[in-house]
Design a binder for this molecule. Structure first.
Ligand code: GDG
Length: 506
């Protein structure tokens, strides 16, 4: 890598290098000048605190056109003061973005890996652009890093970065974490580039999945498609032996900064906002749904389940209000716009059928909430209704538990969210396609007594607290390089920006 100047020097600083499609920042123009603030989305929420506390670099696309790259680079020069870690932008042209990001990543991998092959557009140009852009990321990684750094690549946009780095002669250990599910073989084999993707992934030294389900699917695909790769299980990992390397495959369920969420939920600002929410909805149990606009989140089924509950259990009418927050996302992809139209039609039908003087059954919010608003809803909602049809993990479910400091909330959770593997004992589990089953769970949650709510929520909170984001990072880095966070010394001089963890989701 960049001159490999520290190669072999045991005193060289150990930096953590994160590589992801997007940089964890949102650029804005104020009076013509470019500035940036921290963004959101699962990955940012997960890694920003760790990098801020420990130092390192994040490499990714800026979100702006490559014609603004020079300006972006100038602004990012000061990034380590503003964000607590360095940022390096990979320039992407409009065409690359269209084919690699909207095309291959979001019209092929995203739907396929969520078992929705009918949503896929298998366009060869998308695949060629995906390879080109992964090479571009690898070139930037090569230029920015030194051999003592640990490079940790994230998510489905960048599955081929290790392959490209190996082609450049890089032998350093490389880690990869997949934030979304990995599909079973009968779905994965539909991918025209299934062999290339599997072989590219096996150029990493450690591959992390969210759940045992995803790891099992991946291993089955390797066994089915790559006969020359041997697979065995050893001490919690699977080991895939290829011609060039031994690749460890592990499970690392991602999480949240529990203490930070709890601390903020107790703050005066959030307490006041929570009080106003309930003042506006007196004598109501609030049911909360919060999702990016995405067909994997199961919003239409959820709305139908809520309607079914109101029809079958009339005592819920005028006593239960669904607050459904939908955060705009990928609206330039037609399927996402169709989804928005469908959600809005259902909301208006249900409100039309049930609204009474002083009670509107669904409060529909189509915008990004501020952090205070989000936490106030988490804190105040008596029921969280989290029903994705498939989800890598689902951080919202964990954030809800961390913020439920009154310990009177009920978590209704889809069997198909990765989070279920940790939260199954004390959440009410539902099949999101089972409209009547979800309606019954809503009724069960509504009528659950305080003792049982408290017992379940206390245990949920203990589970999330024990397995927080720091535990996730330590587990991955421990497995990757037999190190823990103490090898990345705390940068005590940096004071985190209070307003920063959330922003717009991409
Ligand atoms: C991917 C995988 C996996 C949401 N709305 C607002 C807002 N958010 C924040 C939440 C949460 C994050 O965005 C969403 O995280 P999820 O995990 O629920 O979902 P994805 O964005 O699809 O993330 C997922 C994750 O990666 C991590 O590996 O769990 O399965 O699909 O942190 O708090 N934040 C603010 N306003 C909002 O309106 N401020």
């Amino acid at each position: 890598m960049n001159e490999h100047s520290n190669s072999g020097n045991p005193d060289a600083p150990k930096r953590l290098i994160i590589v992801s499609n997007r940089l964890p920042v949102v650029f804005e123009r104020q009076d013509g000048a470019l500035t940036f603030r921290s963004g959101s989305g699962g990955l940012v929420t997960a890694l920003a605190p760790v990098l801020r506390d420990r130092g390192g670099m994040w490499i990714g696309w800026s979100g702006l056109s490559d014609s603004q790259q020079e300006e972006v680079n100038t602004v990012l020069k000061d990034s380590s003061t503003a964000s607590g870690y360095e940022l390096a932008a990979v320039p992407l042209s409009e065409e690359e973005l269209e084919l690699y990001y909207h095309g291959f990543s979001n019209e092929i991998v995203w739907p396929l890996f969520h078992d929705l092959q009918s949503h896929c557009h298998f366009v060869p140009e998308y695949w060629h652009a995906y390879q080109r852009v992964n090479r571009k990321f690898a070139e930037q990684v090569f230029a920015e890093t030194r051999s003592t750094d640990y490079i940790w690549v994230h998510d489905y946009h960048l599955m081929s970065v290790a392959y490209e780095l190996r082609t450049m002669g890089v032998n350093a250990p490389l880690g990869f974490f997949l934030h979304i599910p990995f599909p079973p073989p009968d779905i994965f084999i539909k991918l025209p580039w299934r062999f290339q993707i599997l072989r590219a992934l096996l150029e990493y030294d450690l591959i992390g999945f969210q759940t045992v389900r995803d790891k099992r699917n991946f291993i089955q695909c390797v066994r089915m498609l790559l006969k020359d790769v041997s697979v065995r299980s050893t001490g919690g990992f699977h080991l895939c032996t290829t011609e060039h390397r031994e690749v460890r495959i592990g499970v690392f369920p991602i999480s949240i900064d529990y203490n930070e969420f709890e601390r903020l939920a107790r703050s005066r600002e959030v307490s006041e906002a929570a009080w106003y929410i309930h003042e506006d909805l007196p004598h109501q149990q609030i049911v909360l749904g919060i999702d990016r606009l995405d067909y994997t989140k199961g919003i239409p089924y959820r709305l139908k389940a809520f309607r079914n509950a109101l029809r079958r259990f009339p005592e819920l009418q005028e006593s239960m209000t669904l607050v459904q927050v939908v955060v705009p996302s990928r609206t330039d992809i037609p399927k996402y716009n169709d989804l928005k139209v469908e959600i809005e039609r259902l909301v208006s039908e249900i409100n039309g059928e049930f609204t009474r003087s002083g009670w509107v059954p669904i409060h529909y919010i189509f915008r990004h909430l501020t952090r205070t608003e989000l936490l106030a809803y988490y804190r105040t909602a008596e029921i969280a209704l989290i029903t994705p049809i498939k989800d890598g993990m689902n951080l919202v479910s964990k954030e809800y538990c961390a913020c439920n400091i009154e310990k009177n909330g009920v978590l209704i959770l889809s069997e198909f969210a990765g989070a279920v593997s940790q939260l199954q004992k004390n959440a009410l589990l539902v099949n999101p396609y089972d409209i009547e089953g979800v309606a019954e769970a809503l009724h069960q949650a509504f009528t659950m007594n305080y003792a049982e709510r408290g017992r379940r929520m206390r245990q949920l909170r203990v589970t999330v607290k024990r397995n927080d984001i720091y535990h996730w990072v330590e587990s991955f880095l421990g497995a990757a390089i037999s190190r823990d966070l103490s090898d990345y010394p705390l940068m005590t001089e940096y004071i985190p920006d209070q307003e920063n963890v959330f922003g717009t989701s991409v």
